[in-house]
Design a protein around this ligand. Structure first.
Ligand SMILES: [Zn+2]
Length: 338
């Protein structure tokens, strides 16, 4: 079946027919639904695997093309720790088994799923790739809504696409894009749209439905973008996506200095609060490894209450301008220009 669907990029469903997760975390019927969605995604009607396969073949020289096995499995934390430590120990000779298990635990805690290149060779001498989906709340909530699960699985398939190119001899410089780069998220959207069209699904990409907005203390609606000096502001991020379990908030003052960095747990919503202490244009960034960063901004006027009609007009104009840029989406690249 895999051969008919793709012959270089060959993901295979290695999930157990019986639920490996504690039923309190992932009930059996939800697990069965997960396997059905995975099978739909990998099926030829979805067109996703064959699309990625042809893209890999477009990048890898003909004489280097070989089938690459990509094994997809659902695992508990303990299973993942043991498997990961065994799968990569030759790739990290400097790390002890305990260190690798510790890395695995961190990956498990921070993500809904994880994709990696192993040191295991297949019959052709090609390194295997594994996609591990974790027995966590995220698996249950994502499956119930379907679209977060498909986003999550496509995200991992895009990692696997890049890793397939790497194990067939390409270098980072040859790749069409890197993990979590701007084009990485563009590729997820492209494949998600392809899946939607081919399977006639109606839902949209969960991340595209995320919201990031500011609320001022004492108010119950999003800020108009003008905040009084020393007035508390809460930044709120809401998403249907399950890709990350934590999100970092950064508050950047008018001198472009990061004055607060705070990591908060993300369970469909996360928030952070700050009191701006200088006038000017402020920016708040929320970022997570597996999602595009989002940015909101606000202005702290020098004088709180404008005394002339001209002052009021200027204030309104700047407030409208702030609203215009309110939901601008951008990705952090590590080095950022706010
Ligand atoms: Zn990722």
């Amino acid at each position: 079946m895999a051969a008919a669907n793709g012959n270089v990029f060959t993901p295979t469903d290695k999930t157990s027919p019986t639920n490996p997760c504690p039923p309190a975390v992932v009930p059996n019927d939800v697990y069965d639904k997960f396997r059905k969605l995975l099978s739909d995604l990998l099926g030829s009607k979805a067109g996703v695997v064959s699309d990625i396969d042809s893209q890999v073949k477009g990048k890898v020289p003909d004489d280097k093309e070989k089938p690459v096995s990509i094994e997809i499995e659902v695992v508990t934390k303990d299973q993942f720790k043991t498997q990961y430590a065994n799968d990569v120990d030759k790739l990290y000779p400097d790390k002890t088994a305990d260190q690798l298990k510790n890395d695995a635990e961190n990956f498990f805690n921070a993500n809904a799923a994880y994709t990696y290149i192993t040191d295991n060779l297949d019959a052709n001498g090609v390194q295997k790739i594994k996609i591990k989906v974790f027995c966590k709340d995220s698996l249950r909530t994502a499956t119930i809504d379907k679209s977060p699960l498909l986003e999550s699985l496509i995200h991992e398939l895009v990692h696997a696409k890049l890793y397939t190119m790497l194990v067939l001899g390409l270098t980072d410089a040859d790749l069409p894009f890197l993990d979590h780069a701007d084009k990485f998220f563009g590729e997820i959207k492209r494949l998600f749209d392809l899946l939607k069209k081919n399977l006639e699904l109606s839902f949209s990409l969960p991340f595209e439905n995320s919201n990031f907005f500011l609320v001022e203390l004492g108010e119950d609606h999003p800020s108009d973008g003008v905040v009084s000096l020393d007035h508390q502001v809460t930044a709120i991020f809401e998403t249907q996506s399950v890709l990350g379990n934590e999100i970092t908030f950064k508050w950047i003052n008018p001198s472009k200095e990061i004055v607060r960095t705070e990591i908060k747990p993300l369970e469909l919503m996360a928030q952070d609060t700050f009191v701006p202490n200088s006038p000017g244009h402020w920016t708040v960034v929320a970022e997570s490894l597996h999602m595009r960063a989002v940015v909101a901004s606000f202005d702290v006027p020098f004088s709180v209450i404008p005394e002339s009609p001209i002052g009021i007009i200027v204030l309104m104009a700047s407030s409208l301008a702030a609203l215009g840029g309110f939901m601008a989406l951008r990705r952090s690249k590590g080095t950022t220009d706010w």
